[in-house]
Write a protein that binds this ligand. Sequence first.
Ligand SMILES: Cc1ncc(COP(=O)(O)O)c(C=O)c1O
Length: 500
Amino acid sequence: MSGPGGPVPTPPLLDLPLAHLLQSGGDHRLIVDPATGVSPYRVAPQIRDSVPLGSCTASSPSVTAYRAAEKLLSRLQASSNLASESDRVTSSQRERIQKLFRMPQGSKVILTPSGTDVIYLVSLIALRRSERVHHVIVGASELGGGTVLAAQGKAISDSAPFGSTAVGTPLAGLAERCTAEPVYLRRDDGAQIDEQVVEESVSAAVERVPASSAVVLHLVAHSKTGLRAPSADLCERLSARLGDRLLVLVDGAQGRLAPRDIRRALKLGFPVLVTGSKFYSGPPFSSALLLPETLSSDIGPLPPSLSDWFSSDGFPTSWELTRSSLREQANPGLALRWEAALAEIERYHNVPSRHRAGVYHTFAGAVHEVFGPSEVLEIDVPMPPVHRLVTALGAFPSVFCLRIRGNDGFLRKADLSSLHKLLDTDQGSEHPYLAGRFHLGQPVALGPPETTTSAVLRVALGARLVSDLGSTPDAGGLWLRQMLWALRHKVEHIVKQELF
Ligand SMILES: Cc1ncc(COP(=O)(O)O)c(C=O)c1O
């Protein structure tokens, strides 16, 4: 799409319907199955009538989000020079992110499709300091499914945003210089590993890395189930010892992190991964890497293999070397998704904080009240360690894990996946308890993926519900209880009748 100075013709892509564009410029996880009308995350690229309890995985757009994307599409379609218009749009989106997350002066924002492909860029930043980089991935089984592959510099999907490949294919220029190891936060039975034991494992893993290699330490601010590790104190101690060799990546992909904590992390020199698509309820595949001032300079030309993953309009305009090394100038799908997500983030931050807090408390209370006494559903009460970088409402539980007890014991992940689909499918014609569509977070296997036997479903509070319910006189209490009761009846009926 880039042309030497001259106007770039509007490509046919922009003549396609918004729902199609919202699926472009991402990977297989974004693509809708025509048979069901939903993606593998069971979300649609248009407004969908389902009770939105799945923000820990993904969301279908709200009316506000969809309208914002429509407005931007009209603007892009009306433009006679798409290249410069898309740069103006993404520059303004980066500025809005800087303002919303109260980022310190001098920090920078890179817009990327998914929270997982951000890791390729983090490796390249670390590789400016050393010939090799080793990732220590804390909470590895509760981040993105492709996090370890990405950290090894391998393709995380068969379909990259701008090309096709095969999952696991080494990306030239990256894979030969990257290695990774997981540190788990749970045992096979799903029980949390003691905080001190985790800290010691993390410390030992970092210390083992040879001095010739840089280290990226992944600090998860909120895992898929709400865990946080390692401590900020340990990261600071290791940083003091390893200096520039260590890069602490704060994984805030869940978006359950207050702006002041993002600011604090950046001030400590830690880059932060965020998405507009989890807590904030924007469309999936709207992610960003926030860089502290110390890491804010152009990382130089990217290896050609990364032209399948990134477009130049995602990078700061001052990063001329990086931008000019990329084949694609723009990713209109990404700009449309971020526009939708930003509308949702701005709406959320405009709700007075005491009203937001009211919905958090009401939601937590309703979950315990409705699911607490059930014989089929068992709440796995979140007990994350207190963390210096996770404060305010970010520290308040907003993702609740549910173990489901079937006739022969707790359901494993495969059965939970069938249940997850049924809960999101209206079968009210077969039984009144099967009515309604409830979109929950996807099931998660707890503990090391090769050996775990334990899995949970998740109900999550997201920004969209907080914004919708924050102005109601009961902080959404009546509505939430009605929805959660209907959900409980549906789960119990499906499980007792073994319909999954
Ligand atoms: C804590 C955490 N980190 C990273 C990711 C990966 O983000 P994405 O799904 O955008 O690739 C996820 C996804 O659920 C996550 O929960």
